[in-house]
Structures are given as C-alpha cells and as structure tokens.
Design a protein around this ligand. Structure first.
Ligand SMILES: Cc1cc2nc3c(=O)[nH]c(=O)nc-3n(C[C@H](O)[C@H](O)[C@H](O)COP(=O)(O)OP(=O)(O)OC[C@H]3O[C@@H](n4cnc5c(N)ncnc54)[C@H](O)[C@@H]3O)c2cc1C
Length: 409
C-alpha cells in the first residue's frame, strides 16, 4: 500500500468513484488512493438505491446537476463500453387539487431551464399507468377517509427522467480508472479510515483502523451516511461538522400486477409519496417512513409495506392487493437536516479537506456532475461545468443561504 499520496478518497460508492474518474479524465497527474472499509466497492447506499434519476426539481442547482448527470449516463456506454442499464422511461408525479395549481405555475420555470416536462390530464395519467384510477368513485368513503386520499387532478411527466443501475456505474468508474491510469491509482478494499489527520488547520493524511498513517496532500470525504461520524472521530467540532444523519429508507420488490402494459410504465409517484417502477419482471416500491429515527438501521419491515404502502397502491390500482413481497431491504439516506441537499467543495476551516456528502436521497443521480465539480474545484479552483454548485458549499450554513428543495421523495 502506498503511503504518500496527492489525494486520498474515503469511500468506494458512486460518489467516490465519480470523483476519481473525473479527476483522471480531467488530466490530474498526481497519485490517488481510495479507501473503502468494506470488502467490495459499491456495497452501501449506492447498491441499495432505487436507481431513479430526474431533472425535475424546484432549485436551479439540482436541475443543473441532474441534467448534466443524465447526459453523462446517456453517453456512458459509448464513453466506457460498459452498460449501466440506462432507461429514459420518464417520471410521473401525480397531484391533488391544492398542489396542482403550484405545478402548473412552475411549468414556465422548467421550460426556461430546459427541463422537458408535460402536464397531463387525469385521463392521460390513467392511460400512461394502465389500471390506475385517478378518481375515487370505486372506493368506500371510510377507506378514502382513512387513507386521506383525494382525486388526482393532473400529472407532471418528466420526459428525460428514468432509471439506471448505480452499482454497475460505480464499479465502472473504479475499473476504468484502474485500467487506464493504474500507475497513479490505488484502490484499497477492507481498509477503514479511522480518522483524518488535521494539523494546524490543514489536512496531512489519514489514519487507518490499523493505526497506519497514510500521508496525503488532500483528502476527499465521500463516505456517505458514515461521514459525520468519521469527521467527529477526526476531532472536528460540532460547529464545524456537517449537519448530516443516517436515516433508513426501505424498498420492496413485489410481483407486478397482471395488467397489460404495466411493464412499460414510468417511475410513478402517487398518494403520500408512494413510488414504484418496473424492475425486470417485478415492481420496485418505496416510500419514506415519516417517524423513522436517525441511526444505522437496515431492517426491512414487511408490515410497513403491507400496512402503509400497499394500502395506497390497492386503493389507486385495484389488483395491487395480490402483489406479494418477493424481497426487500433497508438502506441509509445521508440526510442533510438543514436543507436536504448535498454539501460539496472544500471545508471553510480546514485546508485541503474536501466534502461530497449529505445527498439526502438523490446522490446516485447527481454523481457524474458532482464528480466533475470536485475535479474542477481541485484542478482549477472553481466550478466550470455547473457554476451553481458553489451554492452547495458548506459556507452556505454560516451565511444563512440554505438551498431549500421542495420536490423531495
Ligand atoms: C432505499 C434507498 C433508495 C434510494 N434511491 C435513490 C434514487 O432513486 N436516486 C438517487 O439518486 N439516490 C437514491 N438514493 C440515495 C443514494 O443511494 C445515495 O445518495 C448515494 O448512493 C450516495 O453515494 P455515496 O457514494 O456517497 O455513498 P455510499 O454508496 O454509501 O458509499 C460510501 C462508501 O464509503 C464507505 N465508508 C464509509 N466510511 C468509511 C471509512 N471510514 N473508511 C473507508 N470507507 C468508508 C462505505 O462503506 C461506502 O461504501 C437511495 C438511497 C436509499 C437508501
């Protein structure tokens, strides 16, 4: 193992992979070592995600980061020769009356920003998702009251959105980096970074679990939901630490309903944030659990699907009651509790400490752009491809310039 580095990247997920790949692609010539605590790359949140991507957001920075990333996913096979299961099948958000008016008003903003969207009537929503009932006539009043659901009055369809395989993408970033730049890249698995070494307000390397010291000029934290604890172990004060906590989110793989055409539906978001998309012959279903407490909890709670997700699906798509769970898992969101957006760039107090953390459930879809941004910041000193990325730096918390995103799932 090399002990002198220009850059150490902590974390072998899609964010660490994209940073490595982009630095090399942009001509960085120094030595880079990656440290991943697990025995395999992409074995945490990246592998446990739903693999959805969308450029429909309320903030310009998220629209820009995801639009850049979608282009990059689209060209990935041509660029690397590796397929990442890129499918631009669209995202369909459905709305009740009170929210719909805001969406109609917002359409102008997406048009101006180059984000392609279509507003759909309830009939068009029903056509796009066979079996879905926009109205409530088929339901008893007590069910409607219990679920507090309303009639769907419109749909927002994002043409360029879709799904991909984040693990394939992350692994490809690492493999291609090693293949093309093996003389300057080292990827270490089963090597946990115990703490980052900081002297006189400046990073000088990392200590591994074994207490071995690895010298580095710059250190990049891409440790996902574990980043806050790592920074705390490194002696960073609470005030200097990132406002990010691990929060479990669950996904369930269930039988697809036997409805003709259902295999072609986009990613669909219905009542109370239940979302689903076809995954091979099955359906992948998710929904945030409202009272989920922070912590390293990965348990799959079958009853949560049965009692609080499937009930909405049954009500909206009669026939869904027969869709049994085939598999399921819990994974960690790295939730930025202040504004639910990523924190990227150099730490304002610690020289040469770079952050790419706090993605709050939208990290895989921002990975290509974030990797590019960090690379530009390190090599050139500023952001070129997505200049708005500056607004996501840590300093925004001190300056009171939170980037509030309202379209989160
Ligand atoms: C259920 C679920 C669904 C999701 N769906 C989507 C979606 O549809 N679209 C989307 O864009 N995002 C989604 N996300 C969020 C997405 O998965 C994350 O934002 C993204 O994976 C973050 O990538 P990462 O590389 O930062 O984190 P990770 O993939 O978690 O990688 C971090 C790596 O760092 C390693 N590590 C941690 N600490 C250390 C240490 N001290 N030393 C060495 N290594 C360390 C970890 O082992 C891990 O491999 C979802 C997440 C979950 C849980």
């Amino acid at each position: 193992m090399r002990t002198e580095n220009d850059i150490v990247i902590i974390g072998g997920g899609i964010i660490g992979g994209s940073i490595l790949f982009n630095l090399l692609k942009d001509g960085f010539k120094g030595k880079i070592s990656v440290f991943e605590k697990k025995g395999a790359l992409s074995d945490e949140s990246t592998a446990l995600s739903a693999g959805g991507f969308r450029n429909i957001w309320s903030t310009v920075v998220n629209m820009k980061l995801t639009s850049y990333s979608i282009e990059s996913f689209k060209n990935f096979k041509e660029e690397t020769g590796i397929s990442i299961g890129f499918e631009q099948r669209g995202y369909l958000f459905t709305y009740y009356k009170n929210e719909w008016e805001k969406i109609v008003d917002f359409k102008k903003f997406w048009d101006e920003s180059g984000v392609r969207t279509e507003l759909l009537t309830p009939e068009e929503v029903e056509k796009m998702v066979p079996g879905l009932k926009a109205g409530l006539e088929h339901l008893d009043k007590d069910i409607i009251d219990m679920l507090t659901i309303e009639e769907i009055v419109g749909g927002l369809y994002g043409t360029d959105c879709g799904i991909f395989n984040p693990t394939a993408c992350a692994i490809a970033y690492f493999e291609k980096s090693l293949e093309n730049f093996g003389e300057i890249v080292e990827i270490n698995k089963n090597k946990e970074v115990k703490k980052i070494s900081i002297k006189d307000g400046k990073v000088d390397g990392v200590f591994l679990e074994s207490d071995e010291f690895i010298a580095a000029e710059k250190v990049i934290v891409a440790a996902g939901a574990f980043s806050t604890d790592l920074l705390e172990r490194s002696g960073i004060s609470e005030e200097q630490n990132i406002p990010v906590v691990p929060i479990k989110r669950m996904l369930f793989l269930v039988n697809r309903p036997p409805i003709e055409g259902f295999e072609k539906i986009p990613m669909v978001i219905i009542d109370n944030g239940v979302y689903f998309h076809p995954e091979a012959d099955d359906l992948l279903v998710g929904r945030a659990k409202e009272d989920q407490k922070p912590g390293y909890d990965y348990d799959m709670e079958k009853n949560y699907y049965i009692d609080e997700m499937n009930t909405y699906m049954q009500a909206r798509i009669p026939g869904m009651e027969y869709c049994r769970i085939k598999n399921g898992w819990g994974g960690l969101y790295a939730v930025n509790t202040l504004d639910e957006n990523a924190i990227i760039g150099e730490h304002p107090d610690i020289l040469n400490l770079f952050l790419a953390v706090g993605f709050s459930g939208h990290g895989v879809m921002e990975a290509p752009a974030v990797g590019k941004c960090i690379s530009e910041k390190i090599i050139r000193g500023y952001y070129i491809s997505v200049p708005e990325a500056e607004s996501l730096e840590f300093k925004r918390f001190r300056e009171g310039k939170l980037v509030k995103e309202t379209i989160v799932i």
